[in-house]
Design a binder for this molecule. Structure first.
Ligand SMILES: [Zn+2]
Length: 165
């Protein structure tokens, strides 16, 4: 679902709605269909329709730009790069590391956690003298969106790609 300005209503996570919702938006005339699934038709007693794959809202919806702390947002802020050795990590291999260890009173906040690969995390352990290359910070919504745009999307319909620039 795109906002009236042509960009997704939400980037984090991507504004994906169910087919039932998409039909509701269509029936209520709240959004315009930009693309359809060619081979997906749904029926009710009296009518049938193809299912929309991309829609744009008729009225602009204010975006929520507050950032919640989460492990995934820390990984995203760090671009899935270990903050100790600089190696790339994946969603599967990324670990969350407390710069000031929890055992030393370290908090689970954007300012005290970084992305680490398994070996660096194990190597650091409870050593508070080993510090990341960059001081961790609380990212803005737009910084996270920029990072997210650089990563691959798992898209159920190829037409979506055109709207994710
Ligand atoms: Zn590492």
């Amino acid at each position: 679902m795109l906002n009236a300005d042509g960009a997704p209503v939400s980037w984090l996570p991507l504004s994906i709605i169910s087919w039932e919702e998409s039909i509701k938006y269509m029936v209520l005339d709240k959004a315009t269909v930009l693309d359809w699934y060619d081979d997906w038709i749904v029926h009710s007693a009296n009518w049938e329709t193809k299912v929309p794959s991309v829609m744009i809202l008729k009225d602009y919806e204010k975006r929520k730009t507050a950032i919640r702390y989460s492990k995934h947002n820390v990984f995203l802020r760090d671009g899935y790069v270990c903050q100790y050795c600089g190696d790339d990590v994946s969603k599967k291999t990324a670990t969350l590391d407390h710069v000031l260890p929890v055992s030393h009173g370290g908090k689970t906040t954007f300012e005290n956690t970084v992305t680490a690969c398994g070996p660096c995390n194990a190597n650091k352990g409870n050593d508070k003298k080993i510090v990341p290359k960059h001081k961790p910070f609380k990212p803005t919504y737009f910084q996270l969106v920029e990072k997210r745009k650089k990563m691959a999307w798992d898209l159920p319909h190829p037409a979506w790609k055109n709207y994710l620039e």
